[in-house]
Ligand binder design. Structure first.
Ligand SMILES: [Zn+2]
Length: 297
């Protein structure tokens, strides 16, 4: 909303381009001027309109938070970092010759001081339309890791997700325990899913998450051959009724990657929106905003 408003103002002020020579169209919600504005008036008007839009956007967030039963309005994340942090493999998570072979880094958090966490959602069995609505209305970014055998009965559900700005990434074709497979079979599982996502969604993922978080050197070598650049794991997992933490302090930290799953009442004592409520209530209470993982890579 804010980005859209800015774009409208920017093109309204620029003067050149396609619209040059014709009277500038008012931004939506503005009163059209009968006569042209006096010189210098336009920027002030634009600023006023921008502030009004920010207020309206905030009011929409307040209303959405209330509608979806959140305890507080989710915090707005800072702008994506201009200089991306350097992502390295977490100590103890390396495979042999990890660096020497230039394999995708394996990590559980993004090194940042921003008070943000990242939501990632795996597998794809539950396809709840209420979840799509909730995340759009609350404007909460997240990243999906899809396994083909779970999503192929409804690729369209995830297309809607992609249309709303969600990154669709690789979680293998059949969700196997990869270290038990030969290099060739691992490559089929990982690179086969790269092909499915590219064919269905027009974009080849750069993020891959091994099923169960289990991998070996073959996994990362195979992934690298078909365009994978990062292998994010997670620092916390949120379920519909509890959290599980990787770290000893059992707490959230700036840059933590949070895992959840596309699951519903069949597997959980609740729905995807119930899970999101649990996630957002804790994240907001602890003073964190939810940012988009891809913006930090
Ligand atoms: Zn999984």
């Amino acid at each position: 909303m804010a980005v859209l408003a800015l774009a409208t103002i920017a093109s309204g002020c620029a003067g050149g381009g396609e619209g040059a020579g014709r009277p500038a169209r008012p931004a939506p919600g503005q009163q059209p001027e009968k006569a042209g504005p006096p010189p210098g008036a336009a920027p002030a008007r634009a600023l006023h309109s921008y502030a009004a839009r920010l207020r309206a956007a905030h009011q929409a967030r307040v209303a959405a938070a209330k509608r979806w039963g959140l305890k507080k309005v989710p915090l707005t994340p800072p702008a994506p970092p201009v200089n991306k942090p350097e992502i390295t493999t977490r100590k103890g998570f390396e495979v042999g010759d990890h660096k020497e072979l230039g394999l995708p880094p394996v990590f559980t958090a993004i090194p940042t001081k921003d008070r943000v966490v990242f939501l990632t959602i795996d597998d794809g069995s539950e396809k709840d339309p209420a979840f799509l609505r909730m995340m759009s209305e609350l404007k909460i970014p997240y990243t999906a890791f899809l396994s083909d055998y779970l999503v192929k009965d409804d690729y369209g559900y995830f297309k809607k997700m992609q249309d709303r700005g969600v990154g669709l990434n690789n979680h293998t074709l059949h969700h196997p325990y990869l270290p038990a497979l030969s290099y060739a079979r691992q490559q089929r599982e990982i690179c086969g899913m790269q092909d499915v996502i590219e064919k269905r969604y027009g974009r080849r993922p750069t993020l891959f998450r091994p099923p169960f978080g289990n991998y070996d050197q073959d996994t990362l070598r195979a992934a690298k051959t078909c365009g994978v650049r990062y292998a994010p794991l997670w620092a916390e997992e949120v379920f519909v009724d509890h959290w599980e933490y990787r770290e000893w302090d059992q707490d959230l930290h700036p840059g933590d990657i949070v895992l959840s799953h596309f699951r519903g009442r069949g597997d959980w004592k609740g729905t995807m929106p119930d899970m999101v409520r649990r996630f957002l209530n804790k994240v907001t209470a602890k003073g964190y905003a939810v940012a988009r993982l891809e913006d930090y890579l």
